[in-house]
Every structure is written in C-alpha cells, then in structure tokens.
Design a protein around this ligand. Structure first.
Ligand code: BMA
Length: 329
C-alpha cells in the first residue's frame, strides 16, 4: 500500500512498533510531547495541527488561556517533538469586517494545497462555524470567508482538487456540546462558496460499533493512498460519565470521496493512558494532524489528550489500510 499525497519526509518523528504491541497505532514513549504550559498563559495545549515546514515543522496550536479563552497560536519545531509556541495568538488579516472580530477559535487543521498552507478551524460567528485562512510563512495569516453557516465543527480540506473542485469534510453541529454529528463533504470552485454537499457517513446507533454511536467527525487532512482517501476520524460514545472520544479510520473513494469503501468497526485508539483519561475533559483522544512519509509509508499522528496536553502516535499506511479493511463495518 502506498501514500500518494505529500512528499518524502525522512525526518518524520518516528519510533518502531514495540515487538509486543498488538495495536495498529502505537504511542510515542515520551508522551505527552507538549504539556499544558506550552506557552506563557496556557491552561492547556491540545487538538492542534502540524505540517513539515522548511527543514523542520510548523503548527497551529490550540492553547486555552488561564482565563479559559480558546485561541490559535503559531509554533515551530526542528524535530517535531520539541515545540516553541508563540505567546501571542495569530492575528488573521484580510477578513471581511463582518466576520473579522474574534469570538473564539479552536481545533485547527492544516492542509498543504497548491503551495499554500490552509488553516481550517472552529470559528465563532454567532455560533461555531468553519474559519478558513492561508499562510505561506506561518507569520502572516490571510483569512477568507467562513465556509458555512453556523453550526459546524471539524472542517478539514483535501490536499488537492477532486474533479476540479476543492473539497472539505465537516461535521454540522449545534451551539453546545452537540449530542449528534455525522460527516459531510462540501465542494467549492474558489474556497469561498461551498455547495454540492454530500453525506459521507453517520454514527452507528447500536452496540454493533458503540464507540461511534453519538457523533463522528473528521480528523487530519485525508491522506491519498492507492486504496482510496484514508481518513482518520474521531467517534464519540455517551456514557453515564460523559462523552468518550476514540479514533477510527475510513477509506473513501478517490474520485467520489463521499463514497465509503471501508470503515473501522473497532476503534484503533482510545483513552488508555493516564494523560488521556485524566485532564480538564477526561477520556478524550482527538487527532487533528498526521505527518506522512511517502517513501516509507510512515505516519505520525498528533492528537489532543483529555483536552489538556498533546500526544504523538505512530503507524503506517499498511497498518491503517489493513486494519480498516479487516475490521470494516
Ligand atoms: C468537542 C470539541 C473538542 C473537544 C471535545 C471534548 O466538542 O470541543 O475541542 O476536544 O469536544 O471535550
């Protein structure tokens, strides 16, 4: 199985799978890689996105402040493990004055598309919607129109046009801690006007695959493979103690990515480690970024842990594709 998107990334953060590990995804032994005090005023650093940049890496980080305001901060790393996150939030420029004022910003994804890094995030505008911006240097961020009406979360762009259209996955929601949520795909000719909305997949309302029975939402930018678009997503179960967030995968058709070829019945990753089970919101693993190395098929996943700290985990295209096909719903 081969990764077709992106390029070779010989410096991808990496640890081999431990000999006794039975999982398709294994955690970095030094987790969490970013603690809750990742910048000057942070209460927590989680649900963040990173990409290769220059001879290292850059990212857009969700840092909730000590007044508990949610905002996005640029960060840089030489090795993908050690991050310098700026103390001041990103100032987006160029937005129409109607949508420019900041309400809140969180849970960014980054997609390298036609030579620019596009940031999509949950953007407050009379309720949560999907903000869109681009940067070339992680210094100046140009904000475009919000993609959708409120309420929506978890917008993520595909890394190329498909059939001449830009494509975005998202999860329409409500104005609170949404107790529902299915994944949809929307299309655009210009990254401003979005339409041709297509249903992708929903929750599974039975104990057949209960970990994804309350809501599902797209995670990192889809990875193009020779078996289809590989989507890493989160699935949520409602328990008597609140929501539990786990990780699943799906393979979407290359030319019609709203068509699901395979989708994991069993989760691939769940809150098992203490830093995932204990924090400001317990029992959350929430993937927002995946680095890929085209040459080796290696994948490094960055994920939020218990809405408090940031973790790193490893897998390969072979592991994810095989698991998704062998454990498909
Ligand atoms: C979701 C989002 C995420 C968060 C998760 C668990 O609705 O707000 O940012 O990680 O809830 O609290």
């Amino acid at each position: 199985m081969r990764i077709l998107s992106g390029s070779a990334l010989p410096n991808i953060p990496w640890e081999d799978k431990p000999a006794d590990c039975k999982e398709a995804i294994w955690r970095f032994t030094g987790n969490p890689i970013i603690g809750r005090d990742g910048n000057k005023r942070s209460n927590s650093v989680f649900n963040s996105a990173v990409v290769p940049f220059g001879d290292g890496f850059a990212g857009v980080f969700r840092c909730d402040s000590r007044s508990i305001s949610m905002d996005l901060f640029a960060g840089f790393s030489k090795d993908g493990y050690h991050w310098e996150i700026q103390d001041d939030p990103i100032q987006f420029i160029g937005a129409d004055k109607e949508i420019a004022p900041r309400e809140y910003r969180y849970d960014a994804r980054i997609t390298l598309l036609e030579g620019k890094y596009y940031i999509t995030w949950c953007n407050g505008y009379h309720g949560p919607t999907i903000g869109v911006a681009w940067t070339e240097d992680f210094k100046t961020f140009h904000q475009l129109e919000n993609a959708f009406l409120p309420f929506n979360r978890n917008g993520v762009l595909f890394p190329r046009k498909v059939n001449g259209m830009y494509m975005m996955l998202s999860r329409p929601s409500d104005n609170g801690h949404t107790p529902f949520g299915d994944i949809y795909l929307s299309q655009s000719k210009d990254l401003e006007f979005w339409g041709r909305h297509r249903f992708v997949f929903s929750t599974i309302k039975s104990d057949y695959s209960a970990w994804q029975s309350t809501k599902v939402g797209p995670g990192p930018a889809p990875i193009e493979t020779d078996e289809g678009w590989l989507l890493i997503y989160h699935g949520v179960l409602t328990t008597c103690n609140g929501f539990v967030y786990r990780v699943g995968t799906a393979l979407l058709d290359i030319d019609e990515p709203w068509k699901v070829k395979y989708r994991s019945k069993d989760y691939l990753m769940a809150p098992w480690e203490l830093y995932e089970c204990v924090g400001d919101v317990p029992n959350v693993v929430f993937p927002c970024a995946a680095l890929t190395d085209k040459d080796t098929g290696r994948i490094a996943i960055y994920y939020g842990c218990a809405d408090t700290v940031t973790g790193l985990a490893f897998t390969t295209v072979d592991e994810l594709v095989r698991f998704t096909k062998e454990h498909s719903v």
